[in-house]
Write a protein that binds this ligand. Structure first.
Ligand code: AMP
Length: 433
């Protein structure tokens, strides 16, 4: 199947061709015809599947086929959880609409609102936005939603995790009830289904990959290692493997900073990207990573959401996420655009329970090994798991250091995780406006 077979206009086909795409990805093949027919959609697709073009292309086509009033009211709105994803989606919108008479803009928090207000006042057809800032701008009457025809919720699961559900519902309350709604999500919790039920009308469901499964071509490995030895192990892996582009995940902002510092001390160029970094620093770190000016990007889950790094060969979970779905998102960063990748998780004794939860979600056991010279001495399972079956991850040796029993006070041991999934927290409303 070609892009032409999907019924896209010549202007869009030309833009797609210039991007170098020859064949539509599975999600594009499935989603585009339905969207062009004006249907609501619930799509299961994670980053790396080509979902952005999957909704952007048909939306642009619909907009270009309908006449807009002279003052260019906002007709299509894309909501994303993070600034990075918003910027990236907007970049796509600009590229695909280059041969169309379509105006687009992006708004997100962390930067001054004045220029965003000026742009909105000039009129835009398509707006990409994070919910918090958009609500602020709406409160300031910088934008109206009265003429919105199409609403797209991108990475809806992450928007819920980040506590945006109220903002989203509020934004929707200002929109006309008759509109087309598209919702994209990598995972489908009860809450997501509830949000979908409230927004979508008779949606078609499309799936790019089976729900909650990891990309097929990602080789996943777990290395058991003591917490205190993770940094040295990771330095060895990077140096010995001569890895040039590695994305690493930590649970906390502090952990990301510390790891970055240690990597730099070891002569490995690295930068951290997390919620405490300002937009300029985040953009710079990402650009340096993409251009190979730095070898390692250390990220927390929230910051990493929506990063578009094509053909990323290595993802390392320096720490496992405490929310199993985040594992799926993290490793969705590798093996992208059809290329194989490797996702390595360093798991210390405190994290064995996280691993179990991830395996439960994936419905598969992760291949678990040790590396010579880094065999864990501390194999004491976390307190709560102590009564459960031992050695379920292939650790047959007896516990060597009973005296060094880790206390597992909370799931957030070692600092507050940056992700705010609502698990173990109330409210979970850490919004970035
Ligand atoms: P996305 O899942 O939208 O973040 O896209 C993931 C990556 O795939 C991006 O780098 C896109 O530019 C790229 N991409 C999207 N559609 C195609 C396609 N049909 N063929 C090849 N690459 C694509």
């Amino acid at each position: 199947m070609s892009f032409k077979d999907l019924g896209l206009s010549d202007a869009l086909l030309k833009a797609v061709e210039e991007k170098g795409y020859t064949t539509p990805s599975p999600i594009q093949q499935k989603a585009i015809p339905h969207i062009l027919q004006g249907k609501d959609m619930l799509a299961s697709a994670q980053t790396g599947t080509g979902k952005t073009a999957g909704f952007t292309l048909p939306v642009l086509q619909i907009l270009s086929e309908t006449k807009h009033p002279k003052y260019r009211p906002l007709r299509a709105l894309v909501l994303t959880p993070t600034r990075e994803l918003a910027a990236q989606v907007h970049e796509n919108v600009q590229e695909y609409s280059k041969y169309l008479d379509i105006r687009s803009a992006v708004v997100f928090g962390g930067v001054k609102a004045a220029s965003q207000i000026r742009t909105l006042r000039q009129g835009v057809d398509v707006l990409v936005a994070t919910p918090g800032r958009l609500l602020d701008l709406h409160d300031q009457k910088a934008v109206s939603f009265k003429r919105i025809d199409i609403l797209i919720l991108d990475e809806a699961d992450r928007m819920l995790d980040m506590g945006f559900v109220r903002d989203i519902n509020k934004l929707i309350s200002f929109m006309p009830t008759k509109r087309q709604n598209l919702m994209f999500s990598a995972t489908f919790s009860k809450d997501i289904k509830k949000l979908a039920a409230g927004i979508l009308r008779n949606p078609v469901s499309v799936e790019a990959a089976p729900q909650n499964t990891t990309a097929e071509r990602v080789v996943q490995k777990v290395y058991r290692v003591d917490k205190g030895k993770k940094t040295n192990l990771v330095i060895d892996l990077i140096k010995e493997g001569s890895w040039s582009q590695v994305l690493m995940f930590t649970r906390t902002k502090h952990g990301a900073n510390k790891l970055t510092e240690n990597l730099v001390k070891a002569g490995i160029t690295a930068a951290a990207i997390h919620g405490n970094k300002n937009q300029g620093a985040r953009t710079k770190a990402l650009a340096n990573f993409k251009s190979n000016a730095i070898r390692v990007l250390v990220a927390t889950d929230i910051a990493a959401r929506g990063l578009d790094i094509p053909l990323l060969p290595h993802v390392i979970n320096f720490e496992l996420p405490n929310v199993p779905e985040d594992y799926v998102h993290r490793i969705g960063r590798t093996g992208r655009a059809g290329a194989a990748g490797e996702a390595i998780s360093l798991v210390c004794s405190e994290e064995t329970e996280y691993q179990k939860e991830i395996e439960k979600l994936l419905k598969e056991k992760l291949k678990t090994d040790t590396i010579e010279g880094y065999e864990p001495l501390d194999k004491t399972p976390p307190k709560r798991a102590a009564t459960q079956s031992k050695g379920s991850f292939g650790n047959k040796k007896k516990t060597a250091s009973q005296g060094n029993k880790p206390k597992r006070k909370s799931r957030f041991k070692g600092g507050k995780p940056e992700n705010t999934s609502g698990r173990g927290r109330t409210g979970g409303s850490k919004k970035k406006r």
